[in-house]
Design a protein around this ligand. Structure first.
Ligand code: NAG
Ligand code: NAG
Length: 667
């Protein structure tokens, strides 16, 4: 960027009103107020993504010996904060002589000497990233019909005495003990759940409305409960801004082993209380999963006998190390990690997991849950208003996350919803004025009727996943995704783009395969046979350099036999498919990308994002689609790239990566 432009940016940051008159006086190519806006936004973006250096470093030490790490830290004046991911070679070093945050990368003799140490493989200064919660802030206080705080306090004190007696609060889900050897299922399919006495049960339309009004869908959780599945034995954690672990509707299920405070580096995830209650998000998400059943308080969690924890990690600088530590926390104990946040949903950000976080995901799916794979549930994003695409969010677009979008009470696409091909399925949430929202626990031992956004959908999915894992603890992370694909229901969800894919499933970019159906998931889980090992087949487009003329479309085709010649890579039946793309474009938001499978299923990998004015293009971005799930891989794949911009773009790389199996199990 020209020095002049940088100067203008600096001035504009101080005096934003100047931008009205600037286009008149500026000497270079800024022609409208809009251009100046874009200049500012680009600068904000680079500040957010490039320039908030912290005083912490991730240091990879060969062999991962903690003593070696201590020695090196001391030698160079760092404090060793310990391993970032358990049993890995990565340690977090802090240097208190540096400012906590700086716009400049630290360069010093100390840095260059430590990086020359033979055991130091990698040294990376940690950058604070912009990460946003996926709900909507409103200046709203908890519902006024609530009992007083004293009431809750007293109740909590009373409950504390009975919490430790499992007979008292695990009345539900303990059928094994009651059934005296009778087959659980015979007993449970007959059991009917009477409405519990939780005062907000009546407002939990998304769990039980199909009983009341013919033809309307809910998440069908009562069917799973009636079969005896309530989340018992399953551990869920909420990665967020903290968890009010003393909340009386959560406390009996609180699991300290599933909790940690990454921000303050201690064991207590209790949120930081502010008069705005801005750190209420994690507590709201947690209640949806594991609030207590029939305790005259608040709501009922979908997996009300699951254990629930909180990882406090959003209330501070979110660095790669913070994300990685959170996603790999106690991975042998925690089954499900639920995340309702991500990079800014502003319609112009392209950002995803960095080095350590990628390692954390890999660890999770290979080592978590005794090797069956941690379950990472992700909220797809709230950038609908800014025409954002969730495929530009590398977390929700990852094959390792189970990405969840929202539907409104009436079955519409919510105004905040982002359409993209990586969304697997949908859970209800807030919608237009007059449509009901999600009720859940809130800070100060209270409850709220207004939890919103895709933030509210992901924890519902986490709760349903907990019921499913209880029904079959052997399920791998991929089995769970298979079960979702096969059981989600498009019924009642209105979108213009529903289409039947090559294996006969109805799929949409707004809703994935449809609404999660807990009863159907649990039933299928019980008879499920683990899918064969995941295979990965890569096919590169042979002559990658191509101009994409402005106002034009580029068509590229590759043929693949699914790597049939190499048994360990051979993919016949597809799961996730990625197109890894590198391209340059004068305006990134003018590019649209579509991928069509040999069976004719066309996924929108990238829709137009008018706010994305970045000139950086895409570098090895893995656009993912779930829409080919179950199709056969063999044949010709077509990539189409539209360039609606004023100048040519160029494609430098297209690689097709297919994941799946070489044979099919049941169905
Ligand atoms: C809820 O608890 C009350 C007593 O506190 C009990 O009478 C009622 O049967 C319970 N309801 C359910 C659905 O378990
Ligand atoms: C796909 O689902 C949508 C939404 O429920 C429905 O309107 C449409 O008819 C379905 N398509 C087919 C072919 O079943």
């Amino acid at each position: 960027m020209k020095t002049g432009q940088i100067l203008v940016q600096m001035i504009l940051k101080q005096m934003p009103y100047l931008k009205k008159i600037l286009p008149i006086i500026l000497p270079f190519s800024l022609t409208s107020a809009n251009d100046v806006d874009n200049l500012i936004s680009n600068s904000v973006q680079s500040y957010g993504l490039k320039q908030h250096f912290t005083n912490q470093w991730a240091v990879q030490i060969e062999g991962g010996d903690p003593k070696e790490a201590d020695k090196l830290a001391e030698k160079y004046g760092f404090i060793n904060l310990g391993p970032i991911i358990p049993n890995s070679e990565f340690f977090l070093f802090e240097n208190r002589n540096y400012r906590k945050k700086s716009s400049r990368k630290a360069r010093s003799i100390q840095m260059s000497s430590i990086s020359r140490e033979p055991k130091v493989l990698e040294l990376e200064q940690q950058i604070a990233k912009k990460r946003v919660k996926r709900d909507f802030l409103r200046a709203e206080r908890p519902s006024s019909s609530l009992p007083s705080e004293d009431y809750f306090r007293q109740l909590y004190a009373e409950r504390n005495t009975i919490f430790h007696d499992p007979q008292q609060y695990h009345r539900y889900g303990d059928y094994q003990d009651l059934s005296n050897g009778i087959d659980r299922d015979i007993l449970h399919t007959r059991r009917r759940y009477a409405p519990p006495n939780d005062p907000f049960w009546k407002d939990m339309w998304y769990l039980h409305r199909s009983e009341e009004s013919e033809g309307e869908m809910d998440h069908n959780v009562k069917e799973a409960w009636e079969m005896g599945y309530t989340g018992k034995g399953v551990v869920v954690t909420i990665l967020d801004d903290g968890l009010e672990r003393t909340h009386p509707d959560i406390a009996p299920n609180y699991d300290p082993m599933a909790s940690y405070d990454v921000n303050d580096r201690d064991d207590d995830p209790t949120p930081r209380y502010e008069y705005t209650d801005e750190n209420r998000h994690g507590t709201r998400c947690a209640g949806e999963v594991a609030s207590i059943f029939n305790n005259s308080l608040c709501i009922v969690g979908i997996a009300f006998n699951a254990k629930i924890g909180g990882i406090r990690m959003l209330d501070g600088d979110v660095t790669d190390a913070v994300e990685a530590a959170s996603l790999s926390h106690n991975l042998h104990h925690i089954d499900i990690y639920s995340a309702s946040w991500g990079p800014d949903d502003d319609g112009r950000t392209v950002d995803g997991p960095a080095t350590l976080t990628k390692i954390a995901f890999e660890r999770g799916i290979t080592q978590g849950r005794k090797g069956r794979g941690s379950i990472f549930i992700w909220a797809s994003g709230n950038g609908g208003k800014d025409a954002d695409s969730c495929n530009c969010d590398g977390y929700t677009n990852s094959i390792h996350t189970l990405s969840i979008s929202s539907a409104t009470e009436k079955g519409n696409i919510p105004w905040y919803s982002e359409a993209c091909s990586s969304t697997l399925a949908t859970a209800y949430s807030s919608g237009a004025t007059g449509e009901r929202m999600i009720v859940t626990t809130d800070l100060h031992h209270s409850c709220t009727k207004s939890h919103t956004g895709t933030s509210a959908s992901a924890p519902l999915a986490a709760g349903i996943a907990a019921l499913t894992l209880e029904a079959n603890p052997e399920l791998t992370w991929r089995d769970l995704q298979h079960i979702v694909v096969r059981t989600a229901k498009p019924v009642n969800l209105r979108a213009g783009d529903w289409k039947i894919n090559g294996i006969g499933r109805n799929v949409s970019h707004s809703f994935g395969y449809g609404l999660l159906d807990a009863g159907a998931m649990v039933k299928l889980a019980k008879v499920w046979q683990t899918v064969p090992e995941q295979r990965k087949c890569r096919t590169s487009y042979p002559a990658p350099y191509k101009t994409i003329p402005h106002g034009n479309r580029l068509h590229l085709q590759v043929y693949t036999d699914g790597c049939a010649g190499s048994p360990e890579h051979h993919v016949k039946y597809l799961e996730h498919v990625q197109a890894i793309v590198t391209l340059n474009a004068p305006k990134r938001g003018d590019i649209q990308i579509y991928l069509t499978s040999p069976k004719g299923t066309r996924s929108t990998l990238l829709a137009k994002r008018s706010r994305d004015t970045s000139r950086t293009g895409f570098r090895d971005w893995a656009f993912m689609t779930t829409h080919n799930w179950g199709e056969t891989a063999y044949g010709t794949w077509t990539l189409e790239i539209d360039n609606d911009g004023w100048d040519d773009a160029e494609l430098l790389k297209w690689e097709l990566v297919m994941y799946g199996t070489d044979n099919r199990t049941l169905n």
